[in-house]
Design a protein around this ligand. Structure first.
Ligand code: NAI
Ligand code: MG
Length: 488
């Protein structure tokens, strides 16, 4: 809830609740694994609970796949690759991918609500960003399936085989789409593991894949924890590992597959700079700062989590930013008025609170609007840290929450040096009126994606990925398709 607002000498005005209904959503109480076109009980016999982080209520029990389960999934994917998918005319493959997109579109509302329930993200974002973008990825890559020779002219292209895909909890359905759509379009089959706190939309996607009539074994969804992910990574019969998640796990995967035939793309953490020059349109820039760090509770790998403001406008920008933050509504993710929903898990909230403590202990100046947080569930108010040193852990490490550090600068050289002084290199944003400044900065910032006068814009045609400890390989666009092909 935002702080109570008063205008005209004490007249209170607050939004009335505008809750999205959940009555149309069908969830089973228990989900098995989707292997070889069937729902199968886990060999492990184990299940775990997935909860709604907004109120800590259990949503469903989900199978915890072990090594044997993963082996069955990989075998099914291999058989489907060999016997069916690699032999099918590419135009036929395209039809299946289109069908997935269309079915997902038809059930968009259900997907959006389940995503908000399982992940804590606000309904406005799951409805307007996650689900439409996920559909668009399937539409986009369906179009490429029978045009691979035009996508990569004068090259002989061939699918890799079985792709093992491990995804995080911040954009559960969208990450599944980023991984599955290009893999199928390129002619691969798939074993995908969703994150343990957000498995439900991937399981719903399995229902759609089933309804679309995809041949058995082309897509297999195995749920579980890190050990399930490790079983996929270490399986000898997987040809490609596509991973999105923490840099720490990315390093483990990199070590595990060293010396094997497995190809990989790793999309890891970030600590992206959002740079406001003194000639920037200030009001738009403030909206861009808010969108950069508070979108999806800051659980965004490319979040604009380090703000750099040129000295001449710093005071004005910070004042306007604080004012804007006062109006942000923190609370029930299913309320259409909510701007900042629930933190994805208790573990993640503990990580974020740990950083807030560090910031205060270091003596940085903190700002949080006065908002009442719901009693149950995991919440964190939008937070600023000013006067932070470049060496502060708040500036150097990925917090993955609604916490922004603010530094000022005088010259372009200074901001370039500070912005690039990070182990990461995923994204950046620049706000200025001058095209020449944009070109100068974008060529010198070491980041995979750079936005000018906007932030957090995504499109299936546009490649996404990082430098340095943010990983390697690109997802989206032709580059994302190429990552699932052998090219000669
Ligand atoms: P994580 O990297 O452990 O989880 C991501 C996925 O990897 C999950 O599906 C998980 O089950 C799987 N996984 C975990 N250990 C594995 C292993 N050894 N082998 C194969 N798969 C494995 O991330 P976690 O622990 O949920 O979050 C911790 C921190 O990581 C966050 O605070 C955030 O800073 C960062 N993170 C960054 C993401 C990004 O997109 N940049 C996404 C998720 C987390
Ligand atoms: Mg959950």
């Amino acid at each position: 809830m935002a702080a109570k607002k008063t205008i005209n000498q004490g007249v209170e005005w607050n939004y009335s609740p505008a809750l999205e209904s959940t009555s149309h959503v069908k969830l089973k109480s228990k989900y098995d694994l989707y292997i070889d076109g069937k729902w199968v009980k886990p060999q492990s016999k184990k299940y775990f609970k997935t909860i709604n982080p907004a109120n800590e209520e259990v949503l469903a029990e989900v199978a915890h796949a072990n090594e044997k389960d993963v082996d069955l999934a990989v075998k099914a994917a291999r058989k489907a690759y060999r016997n069916v998918w690699s032999k099918m005319a590419p135009s036929e493959r395209a039809k299946y991918i289109y069908r997935i997109a269309r079915l997902m579109q038809e059930r968009a509302r259900e997907f959006a609500v389940i995503e908000s329930l399982d992940a804590g993200k606000v309904i406005r974002e799951s409805r307007d960003v996650d689900v439409p973008l996920a559909c668009n990825h399937f539409f986009y890559y369906a179009g490429w399936a029978d045009k691979l020779q035009y996508a990569f002219p004068n090259r002989k292209v061939e699918a890799l085989g079985v792709a093992g895909q491990i995804i995080p909890w911040n954009f559960p359905l969208l990450m599944a789409a980023w991984k599955i759509a290009p893999a199928l379009a390129a002619g691969n089959t798939v074993v995908l593991k969703p994150a343990e706190t957000t498995p439900l939309t991937a399981l719903k996607l399995a229902e759609i894949i089933h309804d679309a009539g995809l041949p058995s074994g082309v897509v297999n969804i195995v749920t579980g924890y890190g050990d399930t992910g490790a079983s996929i990574v270490n399986h000898p019969n997987v040809d490609k590992i596509a991973f999105t998640g923490s840099t720490g796990v990315g390093k483990i995967i990199q070590r595990a597959i060293a010396g094997t035939h497995k190809k990989s793309t790793l999309e890891l953490g970030g600590k992206s700079a959002n740079i406001i020059m003194d000639d920037a349109p200030i009001d738009q820039a403030v909206e861009g700062i808010v969108n950069g760090i508070f979108f999806n509770q800051g659980h965004v790998c490319c979040a604009g989590s380090r703000l750099f403001v040129q000295e001449g406008v710093a005071e004005k920008v910070i004042e306007k930013l604080k004012h804007r933050m006062d109006s942000l509504i923190v609370g029930d993710p299913l309320d259409k008025n909510t701007d900042i929903g629930a933190i994805n898990s208790k573990d993640q909230l503990d990580i974020i609170n740990g950083y807030v403590k560090i910031g205060n202990a270091e003596g940085a100046e903190m700002y949080q609007p006065k908002c009442k947080l719901p009693k149950s569930g995991f919440y964190c108010p939008p937070t600023l840290f000013m006067d932070v040193a470049q060496s502060s852990r708040l500036v150097q490490e990925e917090i993955f929450g609604p916490v922004l550090t603010i530094q000022t600068f005088r010259t372009v050289d200074e901001v370039l040096q500070k912005a690039n002084n990070t182990p990461f290199g995923l994204a950046a944003g620049i706000w200025t009126d001058k095209g020449s400044r944009i070109f100068n900065l974008t060529t010198k910032l070491r980041a995979g994606v750079i936005w000018a006068n906007t932030y957090n814009k995504f499109d299936p045609t546009s490649p996404f990925g990082g430098y340095k400890e943010s990983g390697f390989g690109r997802e989206g666009g032709l580059q994302g398709l190429g990552a699932y092909l052998k090219m000669n």
